[in-house]
Design a protein. Structure first.
Length: 757
């Protein structure tokens, strides 16, 4: 069976589409430094031997010839350039004709020639008058579309003789319309390297089809293994349907009733988090998965989304499946974290060996899917087919949704005594990344918040509103004021909490930024802040007091969240929170901790352990080095945490109108020193473990030492609170050792540059 099928051509062209090749081809093995064209006119030549190219005005795309993997023949196509040279291939996005050996060292065309896509070249020059006039020109647009047009009518799309966007191959670029009955085909080659290594664009066995039923479907020959499940489709409307990836990263299918989102998330920038044009592409990869990529500043392609997010066993290209799915594990990362079981182990009917795969998908990274391989492959062999239509549904919006196993219809069908599917978050720990923040439109925010109906609270830089996303996730939207401080907070939050993920750090779902609005979209945390449970007078605290195990758990969770910020992981720089206090420690419905509000945070270089910065934070929680002008390290967060830990134990503010933070610390120290722990413990605490509380108090007093060198790291703090580390008796917290006497009392600190409660 011929695996390469001719895609349908846009009917609006009304004629057989031809590609104009303006070239003289001679192969000499090595490329010279050739000409760069920005426009091709009748009579221009592109020579393969010189590596002549047609370049887009932004330098992002090039059109020209590139060799195959054996360096024996050429292909003609369009590619992303890399940062080193426009002649180097970062990713081929379009090929005129993928058949190998078509353009060989013996092939030669003098001057202007036409040759059809997917057929043999047309040698008769008389046919050139049919499509090409003297006014015909060719350009490579900044969006990657290779266009032939009549220069007298550039603005009229119908005047285009040819455009590569009408004939996609394996990739869709932003703005490229994908219409019903069109297809994408995967390349055979799994890697795309600079031209010195060549590229193999021969079509593989997998293809993506815009089907007659309105769905996008992934196919292996005759077997469909993924559907977009487009709703509200009417057959009579097929001609008006189209799919498109827009410049913001939204991939939608549009019909007469409006757009349906296949994927509507985008990566934030590493710089400002807004107004940065990201380079994206949707590609059908050689393994048969359809993926969205975004290009980082260094030129690396980062995965954002995959159509098939679950792992499963599929046949190989010969439609065979071995006992342990060796030939076909779909949806896995390129190199599985854990190897499949051996054939011997998988062949045992009662074997408990399972294939453990960490799925490489931005929306569910950190989730481990455990499949009983024997039963699944046995099922497929009995069916003699690939995966069923419902076997690998679309990825859920977040890893937490994976706990709802009942939504997998095929899993229920397969599980009747033969297969178990166990989904766990055991690998989602200490910073394993989840979904990246996405860009929201103001219309999406208004719809989610019902036009900002429910106010949750307000702060120095803006207000917070409750909302709900279309997938029923509750959110908290922080609407920042349009000011220099608000802009700085917006950028800092996106750079910090947007780059790190941890169960004890609040999740930033995304942001909205334009000339009129700056908003941050967080997960909604039901019980709000710790401050409500510790300090509120009246009925709330009386009826919602926290017992000691809950308070200890909150302290440990906060410490773990800060530890994640302070440690170097995967090339991510350290983050100093700079404003640790009860108001910024949120509690979910189970009193799990979510450290929040990174608007004052400081990012440190990977190779630095200290920094200098202006005074930031909240009175009462500021480490002495903020005041004395010494360099700042992550130990300023340790100090603030120590204050919070002692507040959790005592139920008292560290400073108020009658007491400074120094008075508070010395009161705690002196009471503990004489053995009167009960005098400082919150009066609402009953039946607490006095030994545990004493160790926690000692831990807090170590954290608030004046000399940052003797404060423990957050890693040590976690071990102290968990009972894994001894906690010796600390020295007194002598704040007046700091030369500047303002460090002795927070009441004397200047108010400017300090964040008030």
């Amino acid at each position: 069976m011929n695996r390469f099928r001719k895609p349908a051509i846009n009917a609006s062209l009304g004629i057989q589409v031809f590609l104009v090749i303006i070239c003289v081809i001679c192969f000499e093995g090595h490329f010279a430094s050739g000409k760069i064209f920005h426009t091709l006119t009748v009579g221009d030549e592109l020579l393969a031997k010189n590596n002549d190219v047609l370049l887009s005005s932004n330098g992002r795309f090039a059109v020209g010839f590139f060799p195959d993997v054996q360096n024996k023949s050429f292909y003609f196509g369009c590619w992303f350039t890399d940062e080193v040279s426009y002649r180097n291939i970062s990713k081929v996005v379009w090929v005129a004709d993928p058949r190998p050996g078509l353009i060989t060292s013996h092939a030669k065309w003098d001057g202007l020639r036409l040759f059809t896509v997917y057929t043999t070249p047309i040698q008769s020059s008389s046919t050139s008058t049919f499509l090409v006039r003297k006014s015909t020109k060719a350009i490579l647009q900044d969006d990657g579309n290779f266009v032939f047009y009549d220069e007298k009518d550039l603005v009229n799309p119908t005047a285009r003789v040819f455009e590569s966007f009408s004939m996609p191959f394996d990739t869709l670029l932003p703005g490229q319309i994908f219409r019903p009955n069109q297809m994408l085909y995967c390349f055979t080659s799994s890697e795309f390297k600079p031209s010195s290594s060549g590229v193999d664009p021969t079509p593989g066995p997998y293809y993506l089809k815009y089907q007659q039923d309105g769905n996008l479907g992934l196919w292996l020959d005759q077997f469909n293994y993924w559907l977009s499940e487009t709703p509200n489709f009417q057959q009579r409307e097929l001609e008006t349907n189209y799919a498109v990836l827009d410049v913001y990263g939204h991939f939608t299918i549009t019909n007469i009733r409006g757009p349906y989102s296949v994927y509507n998330k985008s990566l934030t920038s590493e710089a400002s988090g807004a107004n940065l044009v990201l380079v994206r592409r949707l590609t059908l990869d050689p393994d048969g998965n359809f993926r969205l990529y975004v290009q980082s500043v260094g030129g690396t392609w980062n995965l954002v989304w995959t159509a098939v997010a679950y792992a499963g066993c599929i046949p190989d290209r010969n439609h065979s499946v071995d006992a342990n799915c060796k030939n076909g594990v779909f949806g896995q990362s390129p190199t599985p974290e854990i190897a499949p079981p051996t054939k011997e182990a998988a062949a045992k009917p009662n074997s408990t060996n399972m294939l453990l795969i960490i799925v490489s998908s931005a929306s569910i990274v950190g989730t481990v899917i455990v499949l009983a391989i024997l039963a699944l492959c046995w099922y497929l062999i009995r069916r003699k087919s690939c995966l069923g239509r419902k076997l690998m549904p679309q990825a859920p919006p977040s890893s937490k949704a994976l706990n709802r196993v009942d939504s997998l219809e095929s899993t229920k069908r397969l599980s009747s005594g033969f297969i178990k599917v166990v989904i766990t978050n055991s690998f989602f720990d200490e910073g394993f990344p989840e979904e990246k923040p996405r860009s929201f439109t103001i219309e999406e925010i208004q719809a989610a918040t019902r036009n900002f109906r429910k106010l949750l609270g307000s702060g120095a830089f803006g207000k917070v509103y409750k909302g709900k996303l279309p997938d029923n996730r509750l959110i908290a939207v922080k609407k920042l004021e349009k000011s220099q401080q608000g802009q700085q907070q917006f950028q800092t939050e996106v750079q910090t909490i947007g780059s790190v993920s941890h169960p004890n750090l609040v999740r930033l779902h995304g942001f909205c930024s334009d000339e009129q609005h700056q908003m941050l979209v967080y997960e909604f945390v039901a019980n709000r802040s710790l401050e409500r449970f510790l300090f509120h007078d009246g009925g709330w605290k009386h009826h919602h007091h926290l017992d000691w195990p809950t308070r200890l758990s909150i302290a440990i969770g906060t410490a773990k969240g800060l530890r994640q910020c302070h440690e170097l992981q995967g090339g991510r720089p350290r983050i100093i929170h700079c404003d640790v206090k009860p108001e910024n420690i949120l509690l979910d419905e189970n009193f799990g901790v979510k450290v929040s509000d990174f608007g004052l945070a400081k990012i440190m270089g990977i190779d630095k352990s200290w920094t200098r910065t202006h005074l930031r934070g909240t009175r009462g929680y500021l480490a002495p080095e903020w005041i004395s002008g010494r360099v700042v390290t992550v130990k300023v967060d340790v100090y603030s945490f120590g204050i919070v830990l002692l507040e959790i134990i005592t139920g008292s503010r560290c400073c108020d109108k009658t007491r400074s933070d120094t008075d508070f610390l010395m009161w705690v120290y002196n009471e503990v020193r004489v053995g009167k722990v009960a005098h400082i413990v919150d009066k609402h605490l009953k039946d607490y473990d006095e030994k545990q509380i004493l160790l926690a108090i000692r831990c807090g007093l170590w954290c608030v030492q004046v000399k940052e060198q003797i404060r423990p790291s957050m890693h040590i703090v976690v071990e102290m609170l968990e009972g894994k580390q001894e906690v010796p008796i600390p020295p007194p917290p002598r704040h007046c050792d700091v030369p500047d006497e303002v460090a002795c009392s927070s009441r004397t600190m200047p108010r400017q540059d300090l964040k008030q409660r």
